[in-house]
Design a protein around this ligand. Sequence first.
Ligand SMILES: C[S@@+](CC[C@H](N)C(=O)[O-])C[C@H]1O[C@@H](n2cnc3c(N)ncnc32)[C@H](O)[C@@H]1O
Length: 185
Amino acid sequence: MVEAVTVIMILGGFGCVVVSIVYFSIANGISPMPSTPKTVRAMIALLNEGEIGGQILELGSGWGHVAVALAMAFPSAKVVAIENSWIPFWVSWLLSGAGLRKNLSFQRADFYQFPLVEADVLVCYLFPGAMDRLQDKILRECKDGCIIVSNTFAMPGWTAMRQIRLGGLWNTHLYVYRVGENRTE
Ligand SMILES: C[S@@+](CC[C@H](N)C(=O)[O-])C[C@H]1O[C@@H](n2cnc3c(N)ncnc32)[C@H](O)[C@@H]1O
């Protein structure tokens, strides 16, 4: 009897985890698919070419490994990782040392509602619709000079400052933009 209850509880818990991940993937239009280690290394190498300090915002931080790598690579920057899907959010918070890393914080929030005014760097791996939707917000809120590094998806209509082809199974590209260089008004 006790074993049956335990099995039911484990299966129920597992079911809730799956339902939560599927629900947010559908609502967001994207699953928490992680950037590959090669892509994360390339992002850090790109950012290392400039003077990186201030605030690095990761829009949609998934399981948290990109934010952790950024916080380790840039100890003088403050990394803020934003994720609205509960399970990846909790996993990333736990894996990153449960909030113990001083220059890294995870926030469970919708990044469309999150202020971008203090960001010096934006990092994301989203999808074309999200890049489109973010464009106006970025132009309204980000300061000139803010660097955007996007895994795979280009900002529609903008000219990238750098574009790197990493190849691989998904033919990954990294796009780098500087806010201000694509303003039309
Ligand atoms: C493809 S994953 C990338 C995860 C991580 N950035 C990486 O590179 O490994 C995109 C993430 O963005 C999150 N996301 C999508 N829309 C969001 C929103 N409006 N607010 C917060 N997170 C969002 C998804 O839940 C998902 O975890």
